[in-house]
Design a protein around this ligand. Structure first.
Ligand code: DGL
Length: 291
């Protein structure tokens, strides 16, 4: 095991392994404990109360297991339960939403405007869409309904259109990342979204979507959009690295170590999780967090 910090990484399932994948080379001095609450996935269709209860139980487990820092690698849990988790544990907690939104802002310097908080949507007067970066956020239904991304984007002077894409998680879970059905589903979601907005950036607001980032980008081009695609997994890993490493990069000669826990089939976690992580997962321990 490494001599560096222990980082707990939590997701509702395998998807957060895309965040762990981005973290491993960036903070290679760390030991990682990954927990996928696969027995209770998906979170994206559940109520705020249920998501908060599940996420807090997982956070308690990771803190008790020795985590010095917690990364909530689940957009839905970040959107609906970040405050609950922060109140429940005594270690720093980093979620995925703020890093994702900030990265969108940083990636669009040519249209960045002086910080002017927007007045909100709906009854508020229309903000000047020509001077504010337009962001299309793709996420689960629960994340979209929470408007957590919209609030974060508003605070950064960007205008967010949030679109729920509930079919994408099961398609990715099925391993259909290059399948023509996934392309057709993307065509429907994105062509509808592009009638609502003309985004400068598309923010992948769900852990599963980085696995189909190339398909999303290709479909955007096919539909005539030149929006850039922002991956909140990579953005979050950079924030964790900055928090822990400061300006000094991690020593790449010291490989990170990790252990994985899942609340349902360890065999499925090993098989599917290896695709998300981009490397074999030698061992997964089964964990019972209750119902
Ligand atoms: N991890 C969830 C997210 O990032 C997607 C899967 C789920 O709905 O639980 O929003």
């Amino acid at each position: 095991m490494s001599s560096g910090p222990t980082i707990g990484v939590f997701d509702s399932g395998f998807g957060g392994l895309t965040v762990l994948r981005a973290l491993l080379p960036l903070v290679s001095s760390a030991h990682y404990i990954y927990l996928g609450d696969t027995a209770r996935l998906p979170y994206g269709s559940k109520s705020r109360e249920t998501i908060a209860r599940y996420a807090v139980e997982s956070a308690h487990f990771l803190e008790a297991r020795g985590a010095d820092l917690l990364v909530i690698a689940c957009n839905t849990a970040t959107a609906l339960a970040l405050d609950d988790i922060r109140h429940a544990v005594n270690i720093p907690v980093i979620g995925v939403i703020e890093p994702g939104a900030r990265t969108a802002l940083e990636a669009l310097p040519q249209i960045r405007v002086p910080h002017v908080p927007l007045l909100g949507h709906g009854s508020a007067p229309n903000p000047d869409v020509s001077t504010h970066p337009q962001i299309l956020v793709l996420a689960t239904t629960a994340t979209v309904q929470s408007h957590a991304y919209r609030a974060e984007c508003d605070a950064l002077g960007m205008i967010a259109t949030e679109v729920a894409c509930p079919l994408l998680v099961p398609l990715v879970e099925e391993g259909w990342t290059g399948h023509h059905v996934t392309r057709e589903v993307l065509r429907i979601y994105l062509s509808e979204a592009l009638t609502e907005c003309a985004p400068h950036a598309v923010l992948l607001g769900c852990t599963h979507y980085p696995l189909i980032a190339a398909a999303i980008e290709a479909m955007l081009r096919e539909l005539g959009s030149d929006a850039i695609v922002i991956d909140s997994a990579a953005a979050t890993a950079r924030v964790v690295a900055r928090t822990l490493n400061g300006p000094t990069p991690s020593n790449p000669s010291q490989p990170a170590t990790f252990e994985c826990f899942a609340t349902d089939s360890v065999e499925k976690f090993q098989r599917l999780g290896s695709i998300f992580l981009g490397q074999p997962i030698p061992k997964v321990e089964l964990l019972d967090l209750g119902g």
